[in-house]
Design a binder for this molecule. Sequence first.
Ligand code: CA
Length: 239
Amino acid sequence: MNPVRPRVVQVLVIEDDPAIRQLLRTTLEAEGHAVHEAATARDGRTLAGNRRIDVYLVDLGLPDGDGVALIRELRGWTQRPILVLSARTQEAQKVEALDAGADDFVTKPFGVAELHARLRVALRHASQTTLEGEAALTVGPATVDLSAKTVQRDGEQVHLTATQWRLLEVLCRHAGRVVTARQLLREVWGPGHADQAHYLRIYIRQLRQKLEADPAHPVHLVTETGVGYRLVIDNDSIG
Ligand code: CA
């Protein structure tokens, strides 16, 4: 379909479970990606320093250290996307990892389709340096224009308060990716409000009323239980 072959994506998998590494290698190679494997934080660090990596997949429970610390370290020198591989028992660590700079997470056991969707979104965002002046996003029945700071629904202008707009703007900047409650509170209300999750629930509910076709069953402003929220857009209209 597309005659121009994109450059092969270099993925570094840092995961101590050999079965999961094997599964990731198989599925990522089937997509045409190149896979580098590390079973320890130490080997991961070495490979990260020696190779030109496009995206990192990091397990949170590594035999020689904490995945969160490794993510914080990687984030100190790379802007490339970092996806967390977490088990259901690692909810708190998952949030910590996201707050430390990870872009998104995949919960084990994960589906292959979900993994690829998360990777695509992360790589797409990594290739964009700015959203300024970009096209509008389609969110269900609504269209959000980030440069004009307007929302239209069924041809009508939707009025948003300043706070509602700031919240929507942050979610749009991270469209397709999870944003932690802490991050949203910090970016929208300021650093002193990081623990006031009830603000967030109120404003998310208000935004759902304005943007969702069925606010009681949201499909765009989605809750990621125990973590935060994710804005699911209809198309890849960003960029
Ligand atoms: Ca592990």
